[in-house]
Ligand binder design. Structure first.
Ligand code: SAM
Length: 286
């Protein structure tokens, strides 16, 4: 089997022309010196260096402030935490875990079990919250079969997700591979695919290829797909400067694409600031 070149396939860094040092020079030479203030925050440096990978995304979920030149770095870290985009990421993880808990609880009641894959799974915060919500609702978590897949191009995501799963007593199978290779690792289909934080780094044509791939090779008949989209916001302009090439899709265009790929829209939830929308889709019966 040919070796996967992980760098080639990492969508969240797609189109970034410079490494950290090159980007610093570019910002310096173009007079955008205010970005250097962000770099004294640990989260700021992570975002600039790693873009929105699993670790820098996860830092937006829970307050844990750190940085250089105490207390300045900590204060800048706290400021970055309050960015509208980061508030939306916190809203998104709540919305996703609410939906996942609701759907899995219903499937366990109806069919005795539920099989769920999160791809890309990142550091599995949404799955840990889902498990907690199921337990609070008195649903037997052992009836839910959790799986996660992530490209993990630096080789540190799956190991950290494993550590966090162990700490949270969450039984989960974790795999490192490209999103389009899910079918190579598992026998049978999934009741739920949780695809959060990926399509913003893809062209619309590739989103369509991905949603069709889920329908044709991954999701069971009448199974569910959770997927998300962003709207332009106050921090969007910085994306261009920092070579974070986020795509903001017209909701209408996405909905047409979902329908064409064989899904009906069951529900959608937008964060209170209007920045992130999570869609719940259900595969139409053949
Ligand atoms: C923004 S993070 C989202 C992680 C997680 N779903 C969350 O909501 O916290 C993007 C993730 O996509 C993963 N990724 C990027 N390209 C990928 C690909 N081609 N196949 C699978 N995962 C990929 C990255 O490794 C990273 O963990």
């Amino acid at each position: 089997m040919s070796e996967i070149k992980y760098d080639d396939k990492a969508r969240h860094t797609a189109g970034a022309a410079n490494n950290f040092r090159g980007l610093c020079w570019k910002l310096f030479l173009s007079g955008k010196w205010h970005y250097f203030i962000l770099m004294i925050s640990d989260h700021g440096r992570d975002i600039i260096r790693r873009k929105y990978d699993a670790f820098s995304t996860d830092r937006a979920y829970e307050p844990n402030f750190s940085g250089l030149f105490w207390p300045l770095g900590v204060l800048v870290d706290r400021f970055i935490w309050s960015f509208p985009l980061h508030q939306a990421l916190r809203g998104r993880v709540r919305n996703v875990s609410d939906y996942l808990a609701e759907i899995t609880a219903r499937l366990v009641a109806e069919q005795g079990s539920a099989r769920l894959i999160s791809a890309p799974c990142g550091l599995i915060k949404d799955l840990i919250y889902t498990k907690q919500k199921l337990e609070q609702a008195g649903v037997s978590v052992s009836q839910v079969h959790f799986h996660g897949l992530d490209l993990d191009f630096n080789g540190d995501v799956i190991a950290e997700a494993r550590r966090r799963a162990d700490r949270a007593h969450l039984e989960i199978g974790l795999v490192r591979d490209d999103i389009f290779n899910i079918h190579r690792h598992y026998k049978g289909r999934f009741d739920i695919v949780n695809c959060i934080g990926l399509i913003s780094w893809m062209e619309l044509a590739e989103v369509e290829r991905l949603v069709r791939y889920f329908a044709e090779q991954v999701i069971s008949d009448r199974g569910y797909l959770l997927i998300d989209n962003f709207a332009l916001h106050r921090n969007s302009a910085a994306g261009g400067d920092l070579e974070i090439n986020t795509r903001y899709f017209e909701p209408k265009a996405l909905k047409v694409l979902f329908a064409r790929a064989g899904f009906e829209l069951i529900s959608e939830k937008t964060t209170s600031d209007g920045i992130n929308t999570v869609y719940v889709l259900r595969k139409r019966a053949l």
